[in-house]
Design a protein around this ligand. Structure first.
Ligand code: GLU
Length: 264
């Protein structure tokens, strides 16, 4: 099978050094396997995504020396596919409507936390017999109790996550009728024939949820390779820094792509 990889930025800000290294590793793995890369613009969050960030990301990726086949694919053009997957999950009873707000979940005293500090959904709407009409609902994936997800990561080796401890029921469809990141990415990676997903280690917990979706949608998952997160000299994750060492800034300061790549 031909290796197919992807570069999939979300245009809510400028790309930083961490993105650049992850994308570069993705391309190196693709090259080594003699495969091809595609570029997917993950622009579903219409409130936060901006065309100027998409344009800057393309410019930064070209500057860095990344190459992909064809035109960038916009997630915002693919709603029909996401809707079909949502219906399939809903009709096969994998989902339930949920009217909880973020605040409700944070305030639920019973809500357990994962080791990563993430609040797990306490299951408030799981048993509801009927959802009140007129009340906007999102749709959550019903994770089988005690479900264990195991997979082999290309970089970190064997991974094991347990439902109720590491992750809980998660949203698949949002109140504003948009797919969640988890659903869109699974539908896309499967349909675009991606054979290996290379992404930052901060998305390990997402990979686990996505594996559940592959299973429920009867799709074959790709292989996964999670990259170490880059930190600054104080150990802070780059993504959390306001200036975030953006590629735009580094370029303005005269840094060359070769200088960046020398440390990777
Ligand atoms: N678009 C996501 C992000 O920029 C990454 C998607 C993925 O690798 O699945 O964080």
């Amino acid at each position: 099978m031909e290796y197919r990889g992807r570069i999939a930025p979300t245009p809510t800000g400028f790309l930083h050094l961490g993105h650049a290294r992850t994308f570069w590793i993705a391309q190196e793995r693709c090259r080594a396997a003699g495969g091809i890369m595609i570029y997917r613009n993950e622009d579903l969050d219409t409130a936060r995504c901006k065309p100027k960030f998409h344009a800057a990301a393309i410019e930064d990726c070209c500057w860095l020396g990344l190459e992909w086949e064809g035109e960038p694919i916009n997630q915002s053009d693919r709603m029909t596919q996401y809707e079909a997957a949502f219906r399939k999950l809903r009709d096969s009873d994998h989902l339930y409507p949920c009217t909880c707000t973020r605040k409700d979940i944070q305030e639920a005293s019973t809500a357990p936390h994962s080791e990563e500090g993430e609040i797990l959904y306490p299951g408030t709407c799981r048993q509801a017999v009927a959802t009140p009409e007129n009340q906007p609902a999102s749709w959550r994936f019903r994770v089988p109790e005690g479900k264990v997800i195991e997979f082999q990561d290309g970089h970190f080796g064997p991974q094991r996550f347990v439902a109720g401890i590491d992750f809980g029921d998660f949203p698949v469809w949002q109140k504003n009728s948009a797919p969640s990141y988890q659903l869109a990415v699974v539908v896309d990676d499967a349909e675009m024939g991606i054979t290996e997903v290379v992404r930052g280690a901060d998305l390990l917990a997402s990979t686990v949820r996505q594996l559940l979706l592959y299973d429920a949608l009867e799709l074959t998952p790709p292989a996964f390779f999670h990259c170490e997160l880059m930190r600054d000299e104080n150990g802070q994750r780059l993504a959390k820094r306001h200036d975030a060492l953006s590629l735009q800034t580094l370029r303005e300061q005269g840094t060359t792509p070769e200088q960046l790549r020398a440390d990777w």
